[in-house]
Every structure is written in structure tokens, then in C-alpha cells.
Design a protein around this ligand. Structure first.
Ligand SMILES: C[S@@+](CC[C@H](N)C(=O)[O-])C[C@H]1O[C@@H](n2cnc3c(N)ncnc32)[C@H](O)[C@@H]1O
Ligand code: SF4
Ligand code: SF4
Length: 316
């Protein structure tokens, strides 16, 4: 029998970028990822967008994916092709405003970008019933810093009113957000805070802002707001070669996270280094990861991986 293939994001994904709209935000694998749905936010034609998706869906189904999807670990074998044309995996990266200056991110140094509110687009999507909640679906804010995003609270309130329950928020934790607290208390939200360090010294080397104590206080406040079994606050560590790739630092980060009430941790490696290094990690990184795996097992702490490590371990 001929094999059939599919990708969740081709079926139901949308990624709002700064100027363009994409299918997904998966850029770690070979081929680069992120097929483009629209090159601008002007005159969006949702019918045309779904026609394009249908075409890519057929290509993927037959094992001949579009160039940007070639080699992607999100393509899986399937028994049937989904024909429900709605968005269920929603990534929001349309904002760049940030109060940190992370060494691995260029958001904060981008000039001349004028952020526009996504509120009218969300209103239209709900009016047309194109946005649906689902068990494995999500609305994810990355950006930029969500705590500073225009209309963040209005957009999340509208989503909640329309039955959306699954949110993923990536925040640097510098500014405490009542909107994020509301999501932790009232929805199924996973909040990821990338501390990447266990000491003020290494934090400041990475983030270039003197906010270590503030972030630690806020992560503790958020952890207290999360409703157990429903929401979760994750402490994140991105391993950055020559900056924080020591056993000592990752252990300090782990200890501090647990001390502040964190019950879930997440690991990744720096994206640009990972790509340049042929998408493999060093022996030292493997040891650091194994150490955290063992500690989590012993302490019954949840452990997950982010984009690059997911790509490496072929996890979707
Ligand atoms: C672009 S950030 C935006 C959200 C928020 N400001 C934050 O820092 O979490 C989204 C996520 O991508 C991660 N990230 C950004 N640049 C990265 C890189 N070069 N390698 C790995 N992860 C990266 C961040 O740590 C964060 O967890
Ligand atoms: S196959 Fe990969 S790159 Fe293509 S849409 Fe799916 S997740 Fe994105
Ligand atoms: S906090 Fe987030 S958006 Fe800001 S510079 Fe760091 S990774 Fe980029």
C-alpha cells in the first residue's frame, strides 16, 4: 500500500511573523522550514491561504514535500488526510519590543519595525470560525516580550471568551504581567521563562540587563499562580557554548528553580551554534543534559526539550 504523510502545521498551523505570515515557526531542521502563507498583512484572503495549504498538504501526503519542508521531523506517516481547514497551532511572533538584550537574540536590536495590533485579525478569525481549540493545539506567544506586546491582555481575553484554553507563553520574566497571571489561573497555560543561568553573573553575561533578582522573584510569583494539574511554569536553560556550558552553572540553575517552586524544566541549545555545528551537540552538552535528566527523575520534576533538542531527538 502507498504510504501517506502529513504535518500538523501544514494541516492547522499559522505563524504571525513581523511582516509575513507563515505556516509554522520550525526553522531548526534542514531546509529552513516556515513556508510562507502571505508576504504582508494587507488584504488577507483566507480562502486563498487555505487553497495554498491544501496544495502543500497534497505534496507532503505523496512524499514530495515543498522545499521548505524537506527533511522536517514534523512530517509523519498517517492513515488519512485531515480535511478540517481551521487554525489550531497558532504562533505569534509579530512583535519584537523587549526589555532584555539576550546575546543569542536579535529582537532587541532590530530598528524601524512598527508593531501593529493583532486584535482585528483575531476578531476576524473568530467571526469566521477559523480558529479552534483542540487537545494538542495551542496559541503561543514568543516574539518579542509578550508582557510588552500591544493588546496582549485584550487578545488573550478574546481567545478565552471564544473557548480557547491552551496557551504557551515564552517570557523573559522581567516585567510581571497580570495578563499572564490570569492565563495561569484560568486556562491551561504553559509559561516558559528562559533563565539560562543560576547566578547573577552569568545571567548578566547572557541577558545584558541587571534583572536577575527581578526574574527570580517573578518566576516564584508565577509558580504560585499556576493551578496544579492545569497550568505550569517551566524554567528554561539554553546551553550556549563558552557562556553557560558548565555543569556548575546548570546545577545552580536547577537548584534555584526548584527552590522557587518550579516543578518543570526545559532544555535547549543555542540555535545558530546548533545549525553551524551540523545539528549535533558536544559530549559536554550531552553530559549536562544527562545530569539534568537524572536529577529530574530523582526529584520527580517534569523535563522537556525545546526546538533544537526536539529536532535532534526527533520529538514533535
Ligand atoms: C524569541 S524568544 C521571545 C519570548 C521571550 N522574550 C523570551 O525570551 O522567552 C522565544 C524563545 O526563543 C528562545 N530563543 C531566542 N533566541 C534563541 C536562540 N538563538 N537559540 C535558542 N533559543 C532561542 C528564547 O529563549 C525564548 O525562550
Ligand atoms: S513540515 Fe516542518 S517546515 Fe513544513 S510546515 Fe510542517 S513543521 Fe513547518
Ligand atoms: S528576552 Fe526574548 S525577545 Fe528579548 S532579547 Fe531575549 S530572547 Fe529575545
Amino acid at each position: 500500500m502507498t504510504k501517506l504523510y502529513r504535518c500538523d502545521y501544514i494541516d492547522s498551523g499559522i505563524n504571525f511573523g513581523q511582516k509575513s505570515i507563515y505556516v509554522c515557526c520550525k526553522s531548526a531542521h534542514e531546509g529552513g522550514g516556515m513556508p510562507v502563507l502571505s508576504n504582508s498583512y494587507k488584504n488577507l484572503d483566507w480562502e486563498k491561504i487555505f487553497e495554498q495549504k491544501k496544495q502543500w498538504q497534497a505534496q507532503i501526503a505523496s512524499g514530495n514535500p515543498p522545499e521548505r519542508c524537506t527533511g522536517c521531523s514534523h512530517i509523519v506517516e498517517t492513515a488519512e488526510i485531515k480535511e478540517d481547514y481551521t487554525f489550531r497551532f497558532v504562533d505569534i511572533n509579530s512583535f519584537i519590543n523587549c526589555n532584555s538584550q539576550c546575546c543569542y537574540c536579535d529582537c532587541w536590536s532590530t530598528d524601524g519595525f512598527q508593531e501593529k495590533s493583532l486584535l482585528p485579525i483575531f476578531e476576524e478569525l473568530f467571526d469566521k470560525q477559523l480558529l479552534k481549540d483542540s487537545l494538542y493545539g495551542y496559541i503561543q506567544f514568543a516574539g518579542g516580550e509578550p508582557a510588552l506586546m500591544i493588546d496582549f491582555d485584550k487578545i488573550t481575553d478574546l481567545c478565552i471568551k471564544n473557548g480557547m484554553q491552551n496557551f504557551i507563553i515564552n517570557s523573559n520574566g522581567i516585567k510581571f504581567s497580570e495578563g499572564i497571571k490570569n492565563l495561569l489561573e484560568n486556562t491551561k497555560t504553559n509559561l516558559f521563562i528562559s533563565i539560562d543561568s543560576g547566578t547573577k553573573e552569568v545571567f548578566e553575561k547572557i541577558k545584558n540587563v541587571p534583572c536577575f533578582e527581578k526574574v527570580i522573584t517573578n518566576i516564584e510569583r508565577y509558580a504560585k499562580s499556576a493551578v496544579e494539574g492545569q497550568s505550569c511554569v517551566w524554567s528554561k536553560y539554553i546551553i550556549i557554548p563558552q557562556v553557560n556550558d558548565t555543569m556548575e552553572e546548570i546545577n545552580k540553575w536547577y537548584d534555584l528553580s526548584i527552590e522557587k517552586g518550579i516543578k518543570a524544566v526545559v532544555l535547549d541549545v543555542e540555535r545558530e551554534w546548533f545549525k553551524k555545528n551540523g545539528r549535533i551537540i558536544t559530549k559536554n552538552m550531552k553530559k549536562m543534559i544527562e545530569n539534568i535528566q537524572n536529577r529530574c527523575k530523582k526529584d520527580k520534576i517534569k523535563l522537556d526539550y525545546y526546538e533544537q533538542l526536539k529536532c535532534l531527538y526527533k520529538i514533535h
